[in-house]
Design a binder for this molecule. Sequence first.
Ligand SMILES: [Zn+2]
Ligand SMILES: [Zn+2]
Length: 150
Amino acid sequence: MGESKAKILRRLEEACRARGLPLTAQRRIVLEELLRRTDHPTADQLFEAVRTLSPQIARRTVYRVLDTLAELGLVRRVHHPGAAVRYDAKTHRHHHLVCQRCNRIVDLENAELDRIPLPRGTWHGFTIADFSVQLIGLCPACRKLKKSIP
Ligand SMILES: [Zn+2]
Ligand SMILES: [Zn+2]
């Protein structure tokens, strides 16, 4: 299960303090926006949302904040080939249902997938930190759309 929002914001405070980084309003606002959402937004989508709350924020600031949050382990980058990097405030192990038509990403918690054994040591020279399974297909809206095509 995930952590509460308050707990994650406390982790942000602690991580910033430990690294001697200021807990800027921008860091907090970007993380709060990401915590509020489950759609795994891109940096640009986060920028558009955050700008309505904090009109003076710059796009490059949002990009930089996301890099910092990822470095601090407070957000994860979800890589989906062929699309912009998407961000996730859920950093515990979980999986994703990915729509190949509209690029929608939905979280999937599944104990069976969690138990896939990780290889010990290195694999092809990579040390393995964690894993996430992407199940690729069509979301309900896109399935409906497909059916309506004659
Ligand atoms: Zn879809
Ligand atoms: Zn996720």
